[in-house]
Ligand binder design. Structure first.
Ligand SMILES: Cc1cc2nc3c(=O)[nH]c(=O)nc-3n(C[C@H](O)[C@H](O)[C@H](O)COP(=O)(O)OP(=O)(O)OC[C@H]3O[C@@H](n4cnc5c(N)ncnc54)[C@H](O)[C@@H]3O)c2cc1C
Length: 325
């Protein structure tokens, strides 16, 4: 039995890691590394976790995995000084009521561990799938064949999965119910650690929704790096604006929130996440079309957190083990 998994974010890795001793799994990932929206950008000696900032661990299986000797040194809890910020209103202390985990030394540490021993073709974007006698043939953007598989699992955001599966997938209508909104991440390399009375802030009434001093996370050795996330609504309105305009707008908004000397800004980097946050999930752990041997997983199945992506992938893997055994 050969299974193709499209996407090496947390949901795809969760499927492949769970099935690795059960059957042959081949992963395809369009970027050069694993993790998807659990991402770290490295530039000029700085490091920025510019996607997910942390993840929760409510699932018993994830909890036990994180205690496993293969993972225990890749993840730890983050206990930042956390506040709520509003322009011209000062800051108010916030608390978290459950542990929040981060990868060490970067957010990609956990996906990298999951990816150990998995067969992953990087820089390979799956463009479409076609039926052939022996199963499903996958093709890349140039039309090159990527192999023939019995099952194809999509582990990418629902709108992107729909482009590949389209009408071939009996669960298409359910998949189309998912809604994801965009987000801009502005990464700011500073010459000095700014004098802030917090490590991370949830921001209200601003184009910014979150900011964090990356170096306040455990085991970060890089110099002062600030990560700013736009609000999803603001990103939606400005999705096609010029990158420089976005940067300027977010820097102005930042200036209204905190006393940062813009002269200390050495460099900025911008990332547009077109599918960042799930606004509406489909309330099913995964979608499966057993007749056509197609399935889809992702955070958008059950929530909007990294853990939801992991749980979705794990649930599909358990189901496949049962029906294929
Ligand atoms: C800015 C931001 C902040 C966030 N903050 C948090 C947070 O603090 N806490 C939290 O729990 N969650 C957070 N999230 C959400 C969390 O990151 C996601 O829920 C989770 O990472 C989704 O995992 P996934 O596997 O479903 O999808 P993804 O991580 O999107 O993985 C999909 C993978 O598929 C690849 N891919 C796409 N198309 C193709 C193709 N055609 N062929 C091959 N490969 C393809 C992509 O490159 C990617 O690697 C945040 C997300 C963003 C963007």
């Amino acid at each position: 039995m050969r299974i193709a998994v499209i996407g090496a974010g947390l949901s795809g890795l969760s499927v492949a890691h769970s099935l690795r001793n059960f059957t042959e799994v081949q992963m395809f990932e369009k970027s050069r590394g694993v993790g998807g929206r659990l991402a770290t950008r490295r530039a000029a000696g700085y490091e920025f976790d510019h996607g997910a900032q942390f993840f929760t661990c409510r699932s018993k299986y994830l909890e036990s995995l994180l205690k496993n000797k293969n993972f225990v040194d890749a993840v730890t809890t983050w206990e930042p000084k956390l506040v709520t910020l509003e322009p011209r209103s000062g800051s108010f202390k916030r608390s978290w009521f459950e542990p929040h985990y981060v990868g060490i030394p970067s957010m990609t540490a956990f996906p990298k561990r999951l990816a150990r021993d998995l067969d992953i073709s990087f820089s390979t974007s799956v463009q479409d799938i076609t039926r052939c006698k022996a199963g499903w043939r996958l093709n890349d953007e140039s039309g090159n064949p990527l192999g023939v598989f019995d099952w194809v699992v999509s582990a990418i955001p629902a709108p992107q999965a729909d482009v590949i599966f389209g009408t071939l997938f009996a669960e298409r209508n359910s998949m189309k119910m998912a809604r994801l909104s965009p987000c801009f991440a502005l990464m700011i390399a500073l010459s000095d650690r700014p004098k802030l009375n917090f490590d991370a802030a949830v921001v209200r009434k601003s184009p910014i929704s979150w900011l964090a001093l990356n170096c306040s996370k455990p085991a970060r050795n890089s110099p002062s790096a600030l990560v700013v996330h736009s609000s999803n609504d603001w990103a939606y309105e400005h999705i096609d604006d010029k990158p420089l305009d976005i940067e300027n707008h977010l820097l102005t908004a930042l200036h209204q929130l905190v006393d940062i000397n813009l002269l200390e800004v050495k460099q900025t980097y911008l990332q547009r996440w077109r599918y960042a946050k799930v606004e509406r999930d489909i309330e099913k752990e995964f979608l499966i079309d057993e007749e056509n041997q197609l399935a889809a997983v992702g955070d958008w199945c059950i929530g909007n957190r990294a853990e939801d992506a992991f749980v979705s992938g794990r649930a599909l893997a358990e189901y496949l083990c049962r029906i294929l055994n």
